[in-house]
Design a protein around this ligand. Structure first.
Ligand code: B12
Length: 308
């Protein structure tokens, strides 16, 4: 999948001007050109630019790292993020929660936006949003957080996730992942988080409104022409969601795989048919995105092969 300079700018946070300057002055990347002579960036170029961008944000001079090999850049990034990302993410989380406890919602909102823009999508979700909401649940259970404060942080995170999903709307293309919940599920933040993460990989997503029953979800999936149906499961005792998934599986066309994710499946290993895929982490979601036909790879009798 190749991307234009505008798309790469939005994916990396680097302006088109910076992208051109880093190429011209420092040979940071060498994108190919399309028939019109415009730059087109490969997935490897984009990954390289994302690493360079995060290292520059951490204080490295671009001139000193621009021509390092991909392997050296990754080693540097891993060393860097092990030290700095931990400090940054812990500090953000602590300060966001302090804002909530102190009823300073505007301060927490600003910190959330800052975290979303200066951290990678993975770090923002895996190191800020998910643990923050887990802390919120624990604090609420212990009586250390008023339910109004829980509503405030839920609303703020929902808003930031929607905002970031919208920003990515213009750069996503190709296959579409439809994300929804089973009927009566109130935990919808997982669908938004998954949507943001999938879009950050350049893949389209859509979140239809609430569905009242399985035939309705199946009909929406079929009408939307989606490549994958993703279900977020938040509230579940053990594996009690399995019968609903099986009911839905029988209604949704075989060609559409069903992914299931969310707090409700964490640590659970339900027995499911092979075209229902439990996704336990954002890292495995990344791998699953690559397996969507037309994104990159496809599953052939259990073996991974190049699609198309
Ligand atoms: C906020 C919250 C609520 C809010 C939801 C608001 C909203 N707009 O979403 C409200 C107040 C409505 C709520 C209600 C309830 N809640 Co509640 N809630 C939470 C809380 C604190 C945070 C959940 C959350 O939003 N996390 C943030 C999101 C982003 O994380 P996530 O869902 O894990 O998603 C991530 C991944 O899993 C992945 N992902 C998510 N979905 C998908 C889908 C796909 C396809 C893929 C690939 C990936 C993926 O992407 C995300 C990024 O990594 C949790 C505490 C906790 N420990 O999680 C309890 C929790 C989920 N709630 C719980 C319960 C029991 C309830 C209630 C039954 C309480 C009650 N007695 O009324 C009701 C359920 C109502 C209903 N019918 O659904 C339990 C569930 C226990 C269980 N495993 O079954 C929890 C775990 C609290 C606890 N420890 O008891 N809740």
């Amino acid at each position: 999948m190749f991307r234009s300079i505008g798309a790469v700018s939005r994916l990396t946070g680097l302006s088109p001007h910076t992208l051109r300057a880093w190429e011209r002055r420092y040979s940071a990347v060498a994108p190919s050109r399309n028939q019109q002579g415009q730059r087109i960036y490969s997935a490897r170029d984009i990954e390289r630019l994302q690493i360079l961008s995060s290292l520059v944000l951490s204080g490295y001079a671009i001139g000193s790292i621009a021509t390092l090999s991909g392997k050296s850049l990754k080693t540097l990034r891993d060393q860097d993020s092990a030290i700095y990302s931990k400090i940054r993410t812990l500090d953000f989380r602590k300060r966001i929660m302090e804002g909530i406890h102190g009823n300073r919602a505007a301060e927490s909102a600003a910190l959330l936006h800052a975290a979303a823009s200066c951290l990678s999508t993975y770090d923002f979700l895996a190191k800020i949003v998910v643990p923050l909401m887990r802390d919120v649940g624990t604090a609420w259970q212990k009586g250390n957080l008023h339910f109004c404060q829980e509503h405030v942080i839920t609303r703020l995170i929902t808003r930031v996730l929607r905002f970031n999903c919208q920003i990515l709307e213009r750069v996503v293309s190709g296959p579409n992942v439809l994300l929804t919940t089973l009927p009566d599920e109130q935990h919808v933040m997982g669908t938004l988080a998954a949507s943001y993460f999938i879009r950050s990989h350049g893949v389209r997503t859509c979140i239809p409104g609430e569905s009242r029953n399985m035939p309705e979800i199946a009909a929406v999936a079929e009408r939307s022409g989606c490549s994958v149906l993703g279900l977020s499961i938040g509230n579940a005792k053990a594996t009690e969601f399995v019968p609903s998934i099986l009911e839905l599986r029988a209604l949704v066309p075989e060609s559409i795989p069903i992914w299931i994710g969310g707090t409700g499946i964490v640590g659970r290993k339900p027995k499911l048919p092979s075209n229902v895929v439990p996704i336990h982490s954002l890292k495995s979601l990344s791998r699953s995105i690559e397996l969507i036909p037309a994104v990159g790879l496809t599953l052939d009798g259990g073996k991974v092969r190049k699609s198309g």
